[in-house]
Design a protein around this ligand. Structure first.
Ligand SMILES: *Cc1c(COP(=O)(O)O)cnc(C)c1O
Length: 359
């Protein structure tokens, strides 16, 4: 078995970022028509940007290196130093993007508690909007995330936030790293889901299966600004068409396929409940959140790795570790079954070790 096949035989539930480009995608990359994208001359990048904008119902789009870069540029393009943005206290932008908006943009984040369904309470948003006063940083923008921890935000909620933004003259940015999972799960056209947002980032490199890249979409004016910010951040790519070709294939073939990941996530969740007796805390798209007993010991992840299953453990909550398991194109039905078998074995071993209460 080659190394690549060896890697693929592993059931990697850590993230949907781990997918390997298949042979059709590698071929599309090898054969891409390319040019210098900083001159605007890469036909494949231009096509990816055109297609992305069309899909989201926006005027223009910009191919960027990552979701983090897309969010940062989206915010930089719509604020000036000292502006305040409203975002979730558990949002990716606030927690996991190295504080780039503050460090590089002088943007003042006003965090509101993310509710368990990922929303920011409407009354909290309204209360956070600053009155015009020399003492306050001006509130400029509301930033939301969809899906949030694998949960699609209710489409009606997005409309309500849009109303608030409109009333108060605020911009709206969406971190839609897994936007298409949200659209598929909500059974709503993606363009309708993002109607209220001035800028939207989505990742090609997660469930859609491309190796690299994200896209920022918005109005022509904002995307022109964004192109300048991307250059300033060192994100101007040259023959980027090699990567954009994978992105185009991801859009062509990756979106429809997401229902498979969602179906397999439900199968994994059911197996966890029925065969492993784990508490499942949530399963809405391609992610399962389940509680692994602390009593299984500190080596759980290693024990699973030895059985060909990769997981990452989450945060301890009392006597369990709430962990995230992510389905993606490199896990088929057989992979789900193999993961469940590994968990069943571990559960059995643990029960055998545990002294019975009745004996
Ligand atoms: C992955 C992710 C990002 C950023 O993506 P990178 O490409 O890893 O920079 C942003 N937001 C959310 C919700 C994500 O899951």
């Amino acid at each position: 078995m080659s190394t690549a096949e060896g890697l693929r035989a592993v059931v990697d539930l850590r993230s949907d970022t781990v997918t390997q480009p298949g042979s059709a995608m590698r071929r599309a990359m090898a054969e891409a028509d390319v040019g210098d994208d900083v001159y605007g001359e890469d036909p494949t990048v231009n096509e990816l940007e055109r297609r992305s904008a069309e899909l989201l119902g926006k005027e223009a789009a910009l191919f960027v290196s990552s979701g983090t870069q897309g969010n940062l540029i989206g915010l930089l393009s719509q604020t000036t130093r000292g502006d305040e943005i409203i975002c979730g206290d558990a949002s990716h932008t606030f927690v996991y993007e190295s504080g780039g908006a503050a460090a590089l943009g002088g943007i003042h984040p006003r965090t509101l508690r993310n509710q368990s369904d990922g929303t920011l309470a409407l009354r909290d948003i309204v209360a956070a909007i600053r009155p015009k006063d020399v003492h306050h940083p001006p509130t400029r923008l509301i930033s939301l995330e969809n899906t949030f921890r694998g949960r699609p935000l209710p489409p009606a909620y997005l409309e309500e936030v849009g109303e608030i933004a409109e009333t108060h003259g605020l911009k709206m940015h969406l971190d839609g790293a897994r936007l298409f999972n949200a659209a598929v799960a909500s059974d709503v056209e993606v363009r309708d889901l993002v109607r209220r947002f001035d800028t939207v980032t989505f990742c090609l490199s997660k469930g859609l299966g491309a190796p690299v890249g994200s896209v920022l979409c918005g109005t022509r004016g904002v995307i022109d600004q964004a192109r300048r910010w991307r250059k300033m951040l060192g994100g101007g790519m040259r023959q980027g068409g090699v990567l954009a070709a994978a992105g185009l294939l991801a859009l062509d073939e990756g979106i429809e396929r997401l229902v498979e990941d969602h179906r397999r996530a439900r199968a994994l969740a059911e197996g966890f409940e029925q065969r492993v007796e784990l508490n499942v805390a949530g399963c809405h798209t391609n992610m399962v959140f389940a509680d692994v007993p602390v009593a299984w010991g500190p080596r759980i992840a290693d024990d699973l790795r030895e059985r060909g299953v990769l997981i990452s453990l989450g945060a301890r909550l009392g006597d369990v570790v709430r962990s995230r398991f992510v389905l993606h194109r490199d896990i088929d039905d057989n992979g789900v079954e193999r993961a469940l078998e590994a968990f069943v074995e571990l559960a059995k071993e643990h029960r055998a070790e545990r002294p019975s209460a009745t004996s």
